[in-house]
Every structure is written in C-alpha cells, then in structure tokens.
Write a protein of this length. Structure first.
Lengths: 320, 482
C-alpha cells in the first residue's frame, strides 16, 4: 500500500507543479492590484477565463494555417495575454476609476463593483460565443506536435506540460525584472507604498494603476491559455474556481507580496494535487477527489486563524 | 426633473393626477391588458412624484389599487398589474406623513386581498409573490450584515442551503438512509425545524466568522465565497459512503405542514380552496407573517445598542473601537443574525418547493441577493424589499417573458432591418443572461447611486445636513401643503 503510494509521488508532485504555476500566475494579478489599490479584484478570475477563451479561439481558427504547434501556441499566448490585459485596463477605466474619482471611503463599494464586473464579463463572453459559434462550452483543439510525451525518472511528461513550465518561469522572471529594475516597476512600487506621495513625486497614479492592471491581466491571460492547453475544456464560468484558489494562493504568500504569490501558488497547487490523489486512497473512497476543491478553502481558514499575514507577508497596521 | 416638478402648482398637479387615474380606469375598460397596466403605472409614477396634497395622493393610490386589482380579472398580462401593486406599496412606504391607519388599510388591501385574488386567477403570480417574499426576507437578513454592519457576505446562500437541507433531510424519507426512526417527520414539525435551522446557521456563521472577522473586511468576502462553494460541494457529494444529502439528484418529497385548519378557517369566511391553490395561499401568508416578524426584528435591531454599534463599525472601524465597541463580538453578532434569517427561510423554501437540490444554492444566488440589497439601498429595510421584488420579477418574469417573446418572433419568421430573426443562434436566450443584467445593475448602482433606490434614512439625514438638497420622494408632499 505504502509502496504504491510512494511510487506515485513523483508524478503527483509534477502535476502539482503544473497547477501551481498556473495558480502563481493568476495570483500575481490579484496581488499586484491589491498592492496598488488595496482592492480584491474579484473580476480577475474572468480575466483569466478570457485569456483561456482567446487561446481556444486562436487554436480553433489558426490551426489550419499555422501547422507548427509551438508557433501556434506562441501566437495564442501573445494574443491571450494582450486581450486579457486590454480587458483589464478597460475594466479599471470604466468600473473602478469612476469610484476612485468620487473618492468613496466605503470599502464595500469597489468590492461589490468587482463582483458586478465579474458577472458582466462572464455573460459577455457567453454572449459572444453564443453569437459566434452557438455554443459556449469550448474544447481546445489538439495539435499533434504538442501532444507527444516522454518519461523521465518514471514521470510521464507531456511536451505541452514542459511548455507550461517554461513559459511560466519566463513570465515570472520577466515580472521580477520589470518590477525591480525598470522605471515603471519603481513607479508601481512607489504607488503601492503611498499613492499621494507618489503623485507629489511626479508620478501619474492613474497611468501606473492602468499599467498594473495590464501587467496583472496579461499574466492572468497567459495563465488562461496555458490552463486551456493543459486541461482542454473551458467555459465562460470556468474562471471562478481557479480564481478563488489563486486568491487563496495570494493570501497564502502574503497579499501584496510578489514573491509571496509565486510561492503561495506553488504550495497550493502541490497541496491540492496531493490531497486530490491521496485522500480517496487513504480513506477508501469516502472522501472523493471532488473534495480537493475544498482544500484551498481549508488552507485559507487555517491560515487566517494562525498566520493571517501569509508565509512571506508582514503585518500591516491600519493607519488612522 | 424633480426640481421643475416641485414648482408645479398644487392644483395643476391634482388635476393631472386625477386625469391620469381616470385614463387608467378607462384604459382598463377599453382593453384590459398590458397597455392598461402601463398607463396605470404611469399614473402611479405621477402620483408618486407630483406635489399633490396628502389626501389626494392617498386617494389616488387607493384608486390605482382598485385599477390594478380589476386588471387581474382580465387574465392576460397579470404580471404588469402585479408590478403596479408592488409600486403602490413602495410609494405608500415612502409617504412619510400619511396617517398609519391609511397605510395599513391600503397595504392590507393589497397584500391580503388583491395579491391572493391575482394568485387565484393565475397561480404563477402566487409563485412569484412567494418567491419575492422569500427573497425579501433573505435580502433583509443580508442587509443586517452588508448594510448595517458593512461586512461583505458573498456566500449567503450557504446558510439558505443549510436551512433547506435541515428540513429537507428530516422532513422526507431521506433520513432513513442513515438513521433509524420514523421518517418523514410530521409536517407540522417544520416550525420546530425553523428554530433548529436558526441555531444551526447562526452556529455555522460564528464558526466561519471567527477566523475571518478578526481581519479586514475583504477577507470575510473571500471566506464566505469559499463557504458557498464548500456547501455546494458537500451537498453534491455527501451521498457516499453514507447517503445524507442524496447528492445531485436532490431530496424529494419534503413534507409540508398540515393545513386542514387553514382550509376550514378560510371556507368559514367564504373562500373555498382547491388542491391547486391551498398550499400556495398558505405559504403566501406564512411568508408574509415571517416578513412581518423580520421587519419588526430588523427595526428593533437597528435601534438597539448592537444596531448602533454596527453602524459605527461600518462608518469607521478604528473610531468605533476607540469608543469601546467590542469589535469581533459585535461583528459576529451581525454575521450570525444574517445567517439565521437565511436559515429560517431555507426551511420554508424546502417545504414550499417540496424539493431540495444543490443546484439551487449557487454563487449566482448569493450575488442575486447581494444585488437586491445594493439596488434597494444598503442599510435600508424598505430598500431590501424593493430590491428583492424588482430583481425577482426581472429574473423569473420579465427575462423569461422576453425569451418567450423572442422565440415567438423567431418561429413566426419575423424580419427586422432585413435580418431574419429565425437565424439567431439558439444559444441566444435572454433568460440565460441574468448575470449580465444583475452585474450591470450592480456596477451602475455603485458608480451612480451607491446609496441605492431607497437610501437608508440615517444616510439621508446625513446628506440633508451636508447640503440643503432636499431628499426626493418623501418631501414631495410638503410642497403641496405650503
């Protein structure tokens, strides 16, 4: 029994890593927006979903023109990231900025707006897909040269899984460079620290906020394309669960903290995959795989009880 | 708009309102149906906004009540008259200086006579009224959490589900599958289970709230969102290894209370009931009664020490804490109270539908109730009722009606601007796009009118202090008396 469990372990850890990278990329969007605006952008799960849908559409419409799977994927990633980033900018411009302009002090107002935006985006995508293809449960077209696989050290690895990991690593590294080494990154960090002082220093906070939404949004969009590639079925409503889990990942790492979001995503991905595989075996099927969706929530509750600032976060005192 | 209306002479306004009422009556005589309903609603809007004297206003409301009630006799387009009646109730509530007895008289005529009359003519209207009632009670419960205490609860349906399953499991043969005993339990025990559900949901609220409420409000939102999802997953999967919830199939039939006494009481006053409408009428009255209790509890809570503490926390947490308000305890109290309302309504819902299934308790449902509170005005009791009525009618009546209309047009081969409607994709079904509608409602309310359609009186008082802008509806009558 124990042997068979252990022999599965490398494979499970690998699957967890894949899921973890996707969560990490979504979590970054939550954490960056939270960093600058102190807003939980509920609609970020829909930005992720839009990226996934854009990826599916690219595969659907271009797979007859571009025969190289990797090139096709590159196009899908670029388009998915751009579309999601632009939608995120539009969302900020039309829904959140009017609230900021009015200077509302009620914290519920932006939060509730975000819920509304999330709903509108879900049904807009559904509407577009209904008008376009008359269906809204989409399947990623499979391209043969991405479907191959190798077995390394007893781990079954699909080529597309390697792509997922490579692209995620590249994006995460790129984001780190952007935030820590460029002028825009400095501006983002400044606004996150203190928006009013940043304004005095000649930074236009609106521009910085827009850029933050674009960066977070396109990371989410790329994560969506990779998610669609790996898990193949997508609907306008499939952003919700990964979204709420990625948010948990962001809290796990310490919300507002960029390395924290990456760590949190990976930890949560591993936890979920481990629990999803081992719990049914250990309990003889009493606790089925379906319960893996609850794991993220349990983690969140325990975290809030014992370490609310997250793994890498610091306790922030509220200022009067 | 109201500025110019206020300058209008009282006499002109009176004539206009009288004329509108007459036209509505005439329209009803000529062609009872949708058209007459629209005219009636126009007359109602004029009554609400024009500066007529109080007596004239109340008179006009009474006349319109009659118009809308007579409209139901025509059978066709009952929903528009139903909306009219709800509108009268709203205007009535917002007419501050009306003597209590007139309010009670007109209100009772609508709630106890007109709507049951409509329900006998068209059972769908009964269903609609009961749904509105259940949602109104839940919206008022959520209003305590979101509106008064300023805590965002995004998984409110979770508590509704707990309530519904509490009675669903024991009020049906379902409980046989995991324990010995005589099931289903007697339907009259439903009332006992409402109490149990209140305890169960309040306890769940405390367990969930304790970790989340220690932190900033945003965390509560995401934790409750997760809770909603957890309850759904549990309801879907707790059919193995021990079958507790019967999984995705749901539980049916759930027993209802025995209503022999209700039937004989009504036939004694000359209202014969048939098997089609007896339970509808019973649940309608039951929901009315519960709403009455909820309103009284809500008003008293609002005035109590806790109510004032909630508002203080909502307005400024740090200031409230420095005034010595125990933060976690007070927040927990609000959270558990809201949860308890939802649990009690869940029991009624299970019995009324005789069916409980996980599909009912989705994130969409939670957000719909949130939308009701936001639309009506956070913290405002009458706002929560208005919000519940509008969104329920929009959801299960207007959107569905629009879908059916569109389908008829499609099948009839209608052409608009050279476009054949029959070539519209079949997935394009307006009734399926309630998220879009609710989402837009929420966004627009937040951007343009965050205090809601009927703002909380406390807020209105604050606004009136801030600048001399007179609040809209309540003050219109005053112009008439000067």
């Amino acid at each position: 029994m124990l042997d068979s469990l252990l022999s599965l372990l490398p494979q499970i850890l690998f699957e967890g890593l894949l899921l973890g990278f996707v969560y990490a990329m979504i979590a970054l969007g939550y954490t960056m927006v939270y960093g600058v605006l102190e807003l939980i952008n509920f609609a970020h799960s829909e930005i992720f979903m839009i990226g996934a849908v854009a990826g599916v559409e690219i595969f659907r419409s271009l797979s007859n023109i571009i025969h190289n799977g990797y090139l096709l994927l590159l196009v899908a990633i670029v388009v998915g990231g751009l579309v999601s980033g632009l939608v995120a900018i539009a969302m900020e411009r039309f829904a959140y900025r009017p609230l900021r302009r009015r200077g509302t002090t009620n914290r519920l107002v932006p939060l509730i707006t975000a819920v509304g935006v999330s709903f509108v985006l879900q049904d807009l995508v559904r509407l577009i897909e209904a008008l376009w293809h008359n269906e809204f449960f989409l399947r990623m077209a499979s391209v043969s040269d991405l479907e191959g696989s190798v077995t390394v050290l007893g781990i079954f690895i699909q080529y597309k899984s390697i792509v997922v990991i490579v692209v995620s690593l590249a994006m995460l590294a790129g984001l780190n460079l952007l935030v820590n080494k460029t002028r825009l990154g400095t501006a983002i960090r400044t606004v996150a620290q203190d928006m009013d002082t940043a304004r005095l220093m000649g930074i236009n906070p609106d521009r910085v906020v827009s850029s933050t939404f674009f960066i977070g949004g396109s990371l989410g969009g790329v994560a969506g394309v990779l998610f669609a590639l790996q898990y193949t079925t997508i609907s306008p409503y499939s952003g919700f669960l990964p979204g709420i889990k990625a948010f948990t990942a962001a809290v796990l790492g310490g919300i507002g903290n960029i390395p924290g979001a990456m760590v949190g995503g990976l930890v949560l991905g591993e936890l979920e995959t481990l629990a999803g595989t081992y719990l049914p075996t250990l309990t003889n099927g009493t606790i089925g795989t379906e319960y893996k969706d609850i794991i993220a929530f349990l983690v969140l509750i325990l975290l809030l009880l014992f370490r609310p600032q997250g793994l890498l976060g610091q306790i922030v005192k509220e200022k009067v | 708009m109201t500025g110019s209306l206020k300058k209008m002479k009282t006499e002109t306004a009176l004539i206009a309102v009288c004329a509108a009422d007459l036209v509505a009556f005439a329209a009803l005589k000529v062609s009872p149906g949708f058209f007459a309903g629209i005219i009636g609603i126009l007359a109602l809007v004029m009554t609400g906004y024009l500066p007529v004297k109080l007596q004239a206003k109340l008179g006009s409301l009474a006349v319109l009540t009659l118009v809308f009630t007579l409209g139901f006799a025509s059978k066709a387009s009952g929903d528009i008259f139903f909306i009219g009646l709800i509108g009268i109730l709203v205007v009535l509530i917002r007419t501050d200086r009306a003597p209590v007895w007139t309010k009670v008289l007109i209100g009772a005529a609508i709630l106890l006579a007109s709507i049951p009359f409509a329900g006998f003519k068209d059972t769908f209207l009964f269903e609609l009224a009961i749904q509105i009632g259940i949602f109104a009670a839940m919206a008022m419960g959520l209003n305590v959490v979101v509106g008064m205490a300023g805590l965002l609860d995004m998984g409110y349906t979770a508590f509704f589900a707990i309530g519904a399953y509490t009675w669903g499991i024991f009020g049906s043969p379902q409980a046989h599958s995991f324990m010995a005993g005589h099931f289903p339990l007697n339907g009259n025990l439903m009332f006992l289970f409402m109490g149990l559900a209140v305890l169960a949901t309040a306890l769940t609220g405390i367990i969930i709230g304790l970790p989340a409420l220690r932190l900033r409000g945003d965390y509560l939102a995401i934790v409750t969102l997760g809770l909603g999802e957890v309850i759904r997953v549990l309801a879907n999967n707790m059919d193995h290894p021990v079958n507790i919830t019967n999984g995705p199939q749901g539980i049916t039939p759930v027993s209802r209370p025995d209503i022999g006494w209700f039937r004989s009481a009504l036939s004694a006053i000359g209202v014969p009931l048939d098997a089609r409408t007896d339970y509808q009428l019973f649940f309608y009255f039951l929901v009315l009664l519960v709403i009455g209790i909820v309103i009284v509890v809500n008003i008293n809570l609002g005035k109590s020490k806790f109510g004032r503490a909630w508002v203080a926390i909502r307005e400024d947490e740090i200031a409230a804490r420095s005034m010595g308000i125990p933060m976690i305890k007070t927040k927990l109290y609000a959270f558990a109270t809201g949860a308890a309302f939802s649990g009690a309504m869940g029991v009624i819902f299970a019995a009324q539908r005789t069916f409980v299934s996980p599909e009912t308790f989705t994130m969409l449902q939670s957000t719909t109730i949130l939308g009701m509170v936001v639309l009506g005005g956070m913290g405002s009791i009458e706002g929560a009722i208005l919000g519940a009525a509008s969104l329920t009618i929009l959801n299960i009546d207007l959107l569905k009606g629009f879908s059916e209309y569109l389908n008829e047009l499609k099948q009839g081969g209608t052409v608009i601007f050279g476009y054949h409607l029959s070539s519209l994709p079949s997935q394009l079904d307006p009734a399926k796009y309630e998220r879009l509608v609710f989402g837009l409602v929420i966004i627009f309310m937040m951007i343009f009118r965050p205090t809601g359609l009927l703002p909380e009186r406390r807020r209105k008082a604050e606004e009136a202090e801030d600048d001399d802008d007179i609040p809209e509806i309540t003050e219109t009558g005053k112009g008439g008396q000067s």
